[in-house]
Write a protein that binds this ligand. Structure first.
Ligand SMILES: C[S@@+](CC[C@H](N)C(=O)[O-])C[C@H]1O[C@@H](n2cnc3c(N)ncnc32)[C@H](O)[C@@H]1O
Length: 251
């Protein structure tokens, strides 16, 4: 990464973050797009309200505001809970969770003020700078070994909330990329069936396009209440969206 941290990239302080490339207007954004488009994207990104707010409030990425809005709409995250953060790097969602599971509001710097009241288990295939109080596991969620490690970290407890912002590296081949996204969401649902409390909630990121309807059906078969959400912090031109499932249906 040539000395630029994932945090710098997420906040537009380094080169354009191609790893976090997204599907734009139904097409896969790939490394082959022109430098001109990348420059325009970077320009928008740097001037973006949420990027500025993230810098001011000490979040590692603007993504924090997507989870914040979802949480504020549904009242999901509360002190004392066990929360699992899938695809957590660079760590903005973990920072938000850490702040919410603290009795006092954090003041800048990304560190939460006050003692952690609850448990946050985060994982990513990429490394992540530590977030105080958050247990981080590095590895691939698709591998059985990672499931074993998450189970060990849960130590017999069930989670109140599972959040997944996982997004695979895009190849540019639309059908293959859609299948990768669907697979990660399916795995998050499978994980939740076993590791969520009956009244627990799962938040996942997914994309309109290939596999969307199928995933909504899977959510409806798994949860008592299912809502799609497009937070304001999620860019309009991105087909990114989120599904919130609450209350497991009996299996
Ligand atoms: C949009 S980023 C997450 C941003 C994060 N929520 C935050 O607030 O900082 C998507 C993440 O999913 C991770 N990811 C993609 N595929 C994964 C996999 N198979 N296992 C674990 N993490 C994965 C990527 O490495 C990337 O860090």
């Amino acid at each position: 990464m040539m000395g630029i941290s994932a945090m710098d990239l997420a906040l537009g302080r380094g080169k354009l973050n191609l790893r976090h490339g997204r599907i734009i207007k139904g097409k896969m954004k790939t490394r082959t797009q022109s430098k001109k488009v990348n420059k325009a994207w970077l320009n928008d990104h740097v001037n973006d309200t949420y990027v500025k707010l993230a810098q001011k409030e000490g979040y590692r990425a603007r993504a924090a505001y997507k989870l914040k809005e979802i949480d504020e709409s549904f009242g999901l995250i509360k002190p004392g809970q066990v929360v699992v953060d899938l695809g957590s790097a660079p760590g903005a969602w973990s920072q938000y969770l850490r702040r919410k599971l603290s009795p006092r509001t954090a003041i800048g710097g990304g560190a939460a003020a006050g003692t952690l009241n609850g448990t946050i288990i985060a994982m990513d295939i990429l490394p992540m700078e530590p977030v105080e109080g958050v247990s981080f596991l590095q590895g691939d969620f698709r591998e059985a070994e990672m499931l074993d490690r998450l189970e060990a970290a849960l130590a017999g407890r069930k989670a109140d909330v599972v959040v997944s912002d996982m997004a695979p590296n895009l190849s540019g081949i639309e059908s293959a990329d859609a299948a990768r996204i669907v697979h990660l969401v399916e795995l998050a649902v499978e994980f939740s069936k076993t590791h969520l409390k009956p009244e627990g909630a799962l938040v996942v990121k997914l994309f309109h396009g290939g596999g969307y309807d199928e995933l909504v059906r899977l959510f409806k078969a798994t949860f008592r209440a299912v809502k799609p959400v497009k937070p304001k912090a999620s860019r309009d031109k991105s087909s990114e969206t989120f599904l919130v499932g609450r209350g497991l249906k009996p299996s």
